[in-house]
Design a protein. Structure first.
Length: 306
């Protein structure tokens, strides 16, 4: 399918310029509020964590401040864990799962790890339910030097300022039906290429880093998540067109692709992928599955160092 034939912005066969990007931005609208659904939860975390400002989005700095939360009584003898959510703002359980873990489950593991959480990396995307940022740039392909994404650049700058070496990084995502109905057609139109419709996996799956796949770590995550929700079956031994590494897991080359998963040198890294549009899922199941992915992975890491 050539999505340029159906997407309402742009000319088939011609990459978007400033006018098309402006037209796309003008078509977006606020559908939920960062100030209501996210910021109060971050504020509440001040009871247990340090909450640090690391900038604001230039499209509206007052509306879109950026916050990270950090273990208050940081113990330099403990390994550190990074939890990121909302790199793609439309992926709700990524944001809410990061917040819920920090609120409900981090304390259980506080004697094993220090935590840094960045629960909503793309607040404009969260409000407008978008994968892209206001410039029609995908933050999760932008974690690289001279990043074209303000969101990704702010994360990298903040992590550099911390000077922390992480042992694990959980980047929380979703795969939704809108990947086919909106994002892939928009991507095809923006880049003047053809994108085939793919099968959206029905259930949870994980993405490891090709350079550090951590097979047993990924297995532990799957075993934890399947207690909460179903694992996506493959199609022809593939998930979203990528070969199956193991049940429920594929690998991407995170660094060259500019994925958030590749932003640290952590030994254990994963991108989680829930499917909120499944008839077997609810918002609560998706959030709980994100928490289960983190706890299952961390329980495995703890066992490696006992």
């Amino acid at each position: 399918m050539n999505a340029n034939n159906v997407y309402p912005i742009g000319t088939p066969g011609k990459k978007w310029g400033d006018d098309e990007r402006a037209a796309w931005l003008g078509a977006q609208s606020v559908k939920r509020l960062y100030a209501e659904e996210v910021l109060p939860q971050i504020e509440a975390l001040k009871n247990d964590f340090e909450v640090e400002s690391y900038g604001a989005l230039p499209i509206d700095p007052e509306r879109y401040p950026l916050f990270a939360v950090k273990t208050r009584n940081w113990n330099p003898d403990l390994p550190a864990v990074l939890i990121t959510g909302g790199v793609h703002g439309y992926e709700t359980s990524g944001v809410q799962g990061a917040l819920r873990f920090l609120r409900t489950a981090a304390d259980r593991m506080a004697h094993h790890f220090n935590f840094v959480g960045m629960p909503c990396i793309s607040p404009w995307g969260y409000e407008t339910i978008n994968r892209w940022n206001p410039n029609a740039v995908d933050p999760n392909r932008s974690f690289r030097p001279d990043s074209p994404s303000e969101e990704a650049a702010a994360v990298m700058n903040h992590l550099d300022s911390l000077g922390v070496e992480f042992i694990a990084h959980f980047d929380l995502h979703e795969t939704t039906d809108t990947d086919n109905s909106e994002f892939r057609p928009a991507l095809a139109a923006r880049d003047a290429v053809s994108h085939d419709i793919w099968d959206v996996p029905d259930g949870y799956y994980g993405v490891g880093d090709t350079a550090r796949p951590a097979f047993d770590f990924q297995t532990a995550i799957i075993k934890s998540v399947e207690k909460v929700t179903h694992i996506a079956p493959p199609t022809d031994d593939k998930i979203i067109g990528e070969p199956l590494e193991q049940w429920g897991v594929i690998n991407y080359d995170a660094g060259p692709l500019g994925l958030c998963m590749g932003v640290t040198k952590a030994t254990y890294v994963t991108t989680t992928e829930m499917y909120p549009d499944s008839p077997k899922a609810t918002d609560e199941i998706c959030i709980d599955a994100q928490v289960a992915a983190i706890t299952g992975g961390l329980d495995y890491v703890v066992r490696q160092y006992q």
